[in-house]
Each structure stands twice: as C-alpha cells, then as structure tokens.
Design a protein around this ligand. Structure first.
Ligand SMILES: *Cc1c(COP(=O)(O)O)cnc(C)c1O
Length: 387
C-alpha cells in the first residue's frame, strides 16, 4: 500500500490532506516522496519558524536530545527554567506555565482566569468573553472559547462560561460585560484561523479600558500571531498592550510541540502546587528548540519579517485576481477572485504550498525564507490568481 492508502485506512478521518507526502526539507524548500520540490508558504501552520532542518536549531535540539530527552516535572531542568527566564525578560511577563500545544496553553489561561476571579471577585465570576470568529483550540473547553458555531454543533454540551462578543462592536462588548459576571476577555489581535481578520484598534483599546475598570483579566492568544510572526516578538507588544496572560505555541518550538502560558503581575501566583500540571510540559528537548527560536528573534530578524511583508504587499496589492490583503508581518490573508481551494491546488501543482483560512488564501512562510524563494512563490501566486 502507498503512504496515502495506509493513512486513509488507519488514520482517523479528521484531516482533508493535500495529495502530497512530504519526506524531507531544507529551509523553505520541502521535498515529497517523488522527489518534487516545493516552496513552503505554510511552515507547518506557522510552526517551522526557521523552515526545515535549520542548522542552529537542529544543533540545539540534538545537543539536548543526546543528554536527556525527558524528566517529568518532578525535577528541575535547565532548558525549561532558562526558557521561562528568557520569555519573561523579553516580554515583562512574570511567570510561565509550559504545556504542549496552543489548546493546552489556552486551557491553562482559562483555569488561571477562573481561579483568580473566584478568589478575588467571588462566586459566579467565571465567564470569559471571546470574540466571534475567533479560534482557541479543539479541546471541549477551548472549542467553547472559540467563537464559531460551526466548530460547536457536533459536540454539545460544551464547557459553560463563555460569552461571545461581535468583533469590533464596542456596544455589544459593553452589553456583554454588563449582563454577565466576567473573569476575563480573551482575543487574538488578528484572527488567524478565522480568516486573517485583524481586530480594530478602537475595539482592542475598549477591551483594555473595560478590563481595567472592572478588574477583568486580559488574555491575548498569540498562538498564531506570536514568536515573530507579525514582525514583533508578540503582536500585542506592537500595540502597546499590557495583557495579564499571553498564550503561545505553534512557532515557539520551531517544530517541536510546546505551549506556553505567560502570567503577568496580577496572576503570577494564582497557580499553586497541584492546581495544574502536564507530564510533558517543559520537556527539555522542546525547550532547547524554543530557546534557540526566541534568542534568534532579535530586532534584525524581526525587521526582515517586516521587510518581507512589505514586499509581499507591494507585489500582490491590486494584482489581477486579487481582491484584498489582510494581516501583518508574515501572517497574510488573500481574498482571490478564484476560489481559495483552487488557488491552493493550482499553486501546489506549480511547486508552491499555501494554506487557506475560511474563504481566503493564507500565507505563513518560514520567517527566514529568502527573497529569491519569496519572489518565485509570489510570481506563481500572481500567475495562478490572474489565470
Ligand atoms: C492553532 C491555534 C490554536 C490551537 O493550537 P493547537 O496547538 O492546535 O492546539 C489556538 N489558538 C490560535 C489562535 C491558533 O491559531
């Protein structure tokens, strides 16, 4: 049987896979089992920050792997402590809880918010406001947090305690805060899975204001927008926000599973021994990869991300068959005349791998993609969109 046939027979049928089996890669180039090369404009959904088999990252991971692969959280390990120290010094957050995915990072944020509000504000203040169109994960609780009915319908009842506000509708937000006992507001600065939709700055500022006035925690979900993706270390930093909790995953490990829930001053001591945990959380190999990622996301690399973003926008804005561009840095949504799925499959045939988000084409290339590779990919996208 081929890889595809075995997969179809034995893998749970949750993914509409592209008809490609990737076997290896180097930087922004991926190679399939027939030896065909592709320019990777998806980076494993924003995970492979430095592309495939990046030398320095590989060395950092290999070195730790050869020493020890896992200890559990019964013991101290250096990579985990160092990574938390680096994240806090780069962001100003105070403490970190490590897990293995974006959904788990958000689960922890939700638990912290509930415990904080329960202790500080009393019974009933367990509700968390999220935004329509958001995406926060696939566990029953993070599905409940996700403001999209389409993900909910087959899995009811979901965890109670989530209230959805319309995106960019300040009146609706204020009504929801007034009508419910609220522990926290959780949002993405740019809704990634929701179609690369940025929230209006006015709306974000209103969330900040109401959160301050009502002692409501601000949780920013930086699972997709974080780790340099939008041209700053975390996208909230560019907006001058001071969140109480920041969650991240995807690009953090550079290709190994890790999630982080960063806790600010107000909530840094909410979690106590036994109140939360994860067997794999803070795994030394994943943390060694993440240390390499964060340490290399310096101002020079971030400026490169912004420069590449400007280049993509200049090339695609107003091009034939392209209706609109949204996003920031190397998280870009493209509305095309042609159906997004068709653009993706025609580009794939021409050796360029893209993603979709809702009805849009989505670009999430490795941050280190070269201008030469980028320009080749952009030319293919333009050609396909125009035809
Ligand atoms: C991908 C994503 C998640 C879920 O991350 P997993 O690692 O798949 O659990 C949560 N929030 C946002 C904003 C995401 O883009």
């Amino acid at each position: 049987m081929t890889i595809k046939e075995i997969d179809k027979k034995y893998i749970a049928n949750t993914y509409a896979r592209f008809p490609v089996a990737i076997t290896s890669g180097q930087g922004a180039i991926l190679t399939d089992d027939e030896g065909k090369d592709y320019i990777d404009m998806g980076s494993g959904i924003g995970v492979n920050i430095f592309g495939a088999s990046d030398k320095q990252w590989l060395e950092a991971v290999r070195e730790q792997l050869a020493k020890l692969q896992h200890t559990s959280n019964l013991y101290y390990t250096e990579p985990c402590a160092r990574l938390a120290e680096i994240l806090c010094s780069r962001t100003g957050m105070k403490k970190v809880f490590f897990s293995n995915s974006g959904a788990e990072a958000n689960e922890c944020a939700i638990k912290v918010a509930r415990k904080y509000a329960q202790e500080k504000k009393g019974d009933g203040y367990f509700n968390i406001i999220t935004v329509e169109g958001s995406f926060h994960g696939r566990t029953i609780t993070t599905l409940a947090a996700t403001g999209q009915d389409i993900f909910h319908q087959d899995f009811l009842p979901l965890t109670p305690g989530f209230v959805y506000t319309k995106a960019n509708d300040i009146n609706d937000l204020l009504v929801k805060v007034k009508e419910n006992k609220i522990a926290a507001i959780m949002f993405e600065t740019i809704q990634g899975e929701g179609g690369v939709v940025p929230l209006d700055n006015d709306f974000i500022q209103e969330m900040v204001k109401i959160a301050q006035e009502e002692d409501i925690l601000l949780i920013v979900d930086e699972v997709q927008t974080g780790n340099g993706r939008c041209g700053s270390l975390y996208s909230y930093m560019d907006l001058g926000l001071n969140p109480d909790i920041v969650t991240t995953a995807k690009g953090l490990g550079g290709g190994l599973p890790i999630g982080a829930t960063m806790l600010g001053d107000k909530v840094k001591d909410v979690l106590t021994p036994g109140s939360h945990g994860s067997t794999y959380g803070g795994n030394p190999v994943a943390c060694a990869g993440a240390i390499n990622v964060i340490n290399r996301l310096d101002e020079k690399l971030l400026a490169g991300v912004r420069e590449k973003a400007d280049y993509i926008k200049a090339e695609l804005e107003g091009a034939e068959g392209i209706l609109s561009l949204t996003g920031k840095g190397l998280l870009i949504g493209i509305e095309t005349t042609k159906e997004a799925q068709r653009v993706v499959s025609e580009c794939r045939e021409k050796g360029v791998l893209l993603l979709t988000a809702k009805h849009k084409v989505r670009l999430l290339p490795p941050l280190t993609i070269s201008f030469d590779q980028l320009s080749k990919a952009i030319n293919v996208i333009k050609e396909v969109c125009a035809s």
